[in-house]
Write a protein that binds this ligand. Structure first.
Ligand SMILES: [Zn+2]
Length: 300
């Protein structure tokens, strides 16, 4: 897989055995099983080719019941590649909220959360201190934010599209971990997963207005910039659209929540710039999305 990275920092390791995925070196160092998938069901490194079309979720699917057995089987395969299984998994319905669920043992298993009680719905993040629990979120341009506390042995995983980012969903997860599990943000490590880059992420003026109102104008200026329009001869002309930097925005939230800067890994992979390798909602508008997975297990 020839991924185009935005810089030459080494953030990820690529795995091509079984279902291919990327893992974060920073989380691997603590032995925390973690992954982010691609479009590939399989990949042969020698020939440089593979089978794409990997299906992992039933979101945006016309017939979830028909898709369900396949996506569950694929997620179980992935879970097993991390030394876990789908019986240990918790997922939520991901409605672009900033609600975070504290996982309970009865939440685990492959059932779609629509069949679960109301508290599992309209939820975009999860936290847990239960050993071996597997958290999974899905995204096809929206980054996931992975959080791990090796001291209290607790984890969090959130889906951070622009609405969740606006609602500071990583800080909501950190607050739950602090209050419920006694974690200290200074001990936590966080990784911002692959997602759409600033150059690719054009937004309407209302998004700038929302950040300026709910964050501050100064913060909005740091994460949103107006790119000039260009005429047919390549000259810049007045107008243009705002572009949002989801990575910078979520990094700002993590820093302000108290996680040290050297404990934060920021993805240098854009799903849209690499839309041959990743599902990108802005490129394909298709029903498939990547999975982010994180297991609450630490090296002894
Ligand atoms: Zn891009």
């Amino acid at each position: 897989m020839k991924i185009r990275f935005d810089n030459n920092k080494k953030i990820f390791t690529q795995h091509t055995e079984g279902i291919p995925y990327l893992s974060f070196d920073m989380l691997d160092a603590f032995g925390v099983p973690n992954l982010f998938t691609t479009r590939y069901e399989s990949f042969d490194s020698e020939s440089g080719t593979g089978a794409t079309g990997l299906r992992l979720c039933v979101m945006n699917t016309e017939d979830p019941e028909e898709a369900s057995p396949l996506v569950i089987a694929n997620r179980d395969r992935l879970a097993r590649q991390l030394g876990s299984s789908i019986e240990c998994e918790c997922i939520t319905d991901q409605k672009h909220t900033n609600y975070v669920h504290v996982v309970r043992p009865e939440d685990l298993g492959p059932e779609w959360p629509a069949e679960k009680p109301l508290h599992r719905q309209y939820v975009d993040g999860m936290v847990t201190d239960i050993p071996d629990v597997l958290l999974t979120v899905f995204g096809g341009d929206c980054p996931s934010v992975y959080i791990a506390d090796p001291v209290k042995k607790a984890i969090g995983l959130v889906h951070a599209g622009w609405r969740g980012t606006l609602g500071r969903i990583p800080a909501v997860a950190i607050a739950h971990m602090t209050v419920r599990f006694g974690c200290d943000p200074k001990d936590m490590y966080a990784a911002i997963g692959p997602g759409i880059c600033r150059d690719c992420y054009e937004m309407g003026d209302e998004v700038y207005a929302a950040f300026a109102e709910q964050w501050s104008s100064a913060d909005a200026e740091m994460i949103l910039s107006r790119y000039p329009d260009v005429d047919s001869s390549g000259r810049e002309i007045p107008g243009g659209k705002y572009h949002l930097d989801l990575r910078e925005a979520n990094k700002m939230t993590l820093l302000r929540a108290g996680i040290p800067e050297d404990h934060i890994a920021v993805s240098n992979v854009c799903t849209k710039c690499n839309s041959d390798i990743f599902y990108s909602y802005r490129s394909h508008r298709m029903e498939n999305e990547q999975a982010a997975m994180l297991v609450n297990r630490f090296k002894k």
